[in-house]
Every structure is written in structure tokens, then in C-alpha cells.
Write a protein that binds this ligand. Structure first.
Ligand SMILES: [Zn+2]
Length: 330
């Protein structure tokens, strides 16, 4: 590739692939025979055309790579488990002003679903790599414009209970804006609506488990429900972006409505989707005030929605946290 066009020197690395022969051989094939980096680098360059601003790492173990970059240790280790769904990559802003963009390589070599021939696999890997790279570049772009979640998540004026959702919701607002951008330029091969039924089932079974264990371990049950509910808000953000709005301007619905849709989304779906759609795609700037206003409304909605599905979670005015499971069954 011609790295001379941008400023600075291009930094590429491959890590943690030697423990897995298939991963190692598959990735070398993609890189050396099919020029995988030639697919990835232009996607990042398109949003941040300065090679001195970022380093790219393809890794067979995202957690190990992140822990090494951040010098994290056991107990505070990074995990890629998000309750429903997994992380494909991460962007780490460093103190020196440079970003480390880390992409998981496993999904390029062993994607979900059936792929009969090498050509299909390579095509899938190429599209997935482009999409993930563009997504992570979107995080870098938002950060460079001071529009990432860190900049506006403390600007809400909310009661403690609704404000408790701010960190989670702000992170997925960024993802929504980025995914609205990638839809136009490098859409994913993966459809979130195909996994929606499984995501709802996961939420339902986690709440069921918490309901039956809270009397013995309240903190554990609350933590478990928090992870499941937060993971599902992530699903809502990605699904809103993927389905978009219909021609009449109203939120579009999944092609197949899963079991328990009415119970867990139903009437809340248009409220979520409409509110997310007040956000602009990542390439269109927004002010901190605009972002904080959407965040305020979404936190309020998250709090009401959680109560409505039977998980009453909050913070009292004197700072005590509480959790109740109000349904007999989930
Ligand atoms: Zn993201």
C-alpha cells in the first residue's frame, strides 16, 4: 500500500495468533494473499487521514491486547463479554494523543454462519474487516471532535435513578451515531435483527435467574440484571440504527417479530428508536448541549422501561441503591 500519502508513519501489528493454528494460517492467508490491510487501512484513513494519530493491531485475543496496552491486572482485567453479543474491536485513546485501534481477528477467519467456499469466506472477512475498522475509526473521530461520551455524559440534569443509566446510554449513543455512518459507507454483513430473539431470551432468562436468587445474594442478582439490561440497551441502539426509519418517518420494525417482543419492547420500541434518531450520523457534528439533551431523555426512558419490564432499579435521594424484581415470571 502507499503509506506516503498521509502524514506520519503507518503502524500495523498482528498479535496473539500463534496459539491457534487455524487462526494463524487463516489470517496470514488473508493478509498476504488477499491484502487484508489494504481493505482495513483506507476505512480508518477516510475518517482520520493522519497516520501519526493511530496504530492498528489485529489480535487473536482482544482482552490480552487491551490489558497489555493499558497495563491492567487481574481483578481489573478487560472483558469482551457484553451479556448479549461480543465486542469486535475497541479504540483506546492514549496519553500521548495517539489511538490504539484493536480489532479481533477471530471473526475474520471463523465468522458465524455457513460459508461453503474460500471465496465466500474471504469476501465475508473483507466486508467485516472494513466495517469494524470504520466503526472504530468513528470512535476516534468523535473523540477528536470532543463529541464522544466522556464529553457529555455528566451534563444531564436528572434524578439519581435516571442519571444512573448515563454512562451506559451515552456509550451506546456513540455507537448509534457511528453505525448510522457505517450504514452509508461500509455496512456490516451481520444483521442484529437476526439475533434479536436470542437477545430477548437472554434478557428474560437473566431476570428469571435474578428473581430466584436475590434473597440469597442481592448484590449478585442486581449485578447480573444490570449487565443483562445494559446489554439489551446496546441491542436496542444497534437495532434502531440497522432498521432506521420507514418512509413515513416512523421507526421500522424487524422483519420477523420474535416471541416476547411485546413484553420487552412493543410500545417502547418507537420511543427508543425515535429518540435515538434525534442523533446525527458520526460524520455530522453535534453540540454537547444537543447530545446531553438526547442523553437526558434516553436515561429517563431507560429508567421507565426497566421498571416496565419488571426490574425496578434505582438510587434513593440519600444515595442508597435498590433493586426489585416485580414480575412473577419473565
Ligand atoms: Zn463501538
Amino acid at each position: 500500500m502507499d503509506a506516503g500519502k498521509g502524514e506520519g508513519k503507518l503502524s500495523l501489528a498482528v498479535e496473539h495468533v500463534d496459539h491457534d493454528q487455524l487462526l494463524h494460517d487463516g489470517l496470514s492467508l488473508l493478509i498476504h494473499e488477499y491484502n487484508l490491510f489494504n481493505e482495513i487501512v483506507p476505512e480508518i484513513y477516510a475518517l482520520v487521514p493522519d497516520f501519526s494519530k493511530w496504530r492498528l493491531v489485529l489480535t487473536g485475543d482482544i482482552a490480552a491486547t487491551v490489558n497489555a496496552i493499558e497495563g491492567r491486572h487481574e481483578g481489573n482485567a478487560y472483558t469482551t463479554n457484553r451479556g448479549a453479543g461480543h465486542v469486535g474491536g475497541i479504540t483506546l485513546p492514549r496519553e500521548d494523543g495517539i489511538f490504539d485501534i484493536v480489532l479481533g481477528a477471530q471473526i475474520f477467519v471463523s465468522p458465524p454462519g455457513d460459508h461453503e467456499d474460500l471465496e465466500g469466506l474471504v469476501d465475508n472477512a473483507r466486508k467485516t474487516a472494513k466495517h469494524l475498522a470504520r466503526h472504530e475509526a468513528g470512535h476516534m473521530l468523535l473523540r477528536l471532535r470532543n463529541e464522544d461520551d466522556q464529553q457529555y455524559r455528566n451534563l444531564t440534569r436528572l434524578e439519581p435513578t435516571a442519571a444512573g443509566w448515563a454512562d451506559i446510554v451515552a456509550a451506546y449513543m456513540d455507537d448509534f451515531r457511528i453505525e448510522r455512518h457505517t450504514r452509508e459507507f461500509t455496512p456490516p454483513v451481520f444483521r442484529h435483527q437476526d439475533d434479536l430473539g436470542a437477545a430477548i431470551d437472554h434478557l428474560s432468562s437473566e431476570l428469571t435467574a435474578a428473581k430466584s436468587t436475590w434473597a440469597l445474594d442481592l448484590d449478585g442478582a442486581a449485578r447480573r440484571s444490570d449487565i443483562a439490561v445494559s446489554g439489551f440497551i446496546r441491542v436496542i441502539a444497534y437495532l434502531s440504527s440497522e432498521l432506521g426509519l420507514a418512509e413515513d418517518g416512523e421507526p421500522a420494525f424487524p422483519e420477523i417479530i420474535p416471541e416476547k417482543w411485546d413484553r420487552y419492547l412493543g410500545t417502547a420500541w418507537p420511543l427508543w428508536s425515535n429518540k435515538f434518531h434525534e442523533l446525527r450520523p458520526a460524520h455530522e457534528p453535534m453540540s454537547k448541549e444537543q447530545l446531553a439533551a438526547v442523553l437526558t431523555d434516553l436515561c429517563d426512558l431507560a429508567s421507565r422501561w426497566s421498571s416496565a419490564i419488571g426490574y425496578e432499579r434505582g438510587i434513593t435521594s440519600d444515595g442508597r441503591m435498590y433493586a426489585y424484581w416485580t414480575e412473577d415470571a419473565y
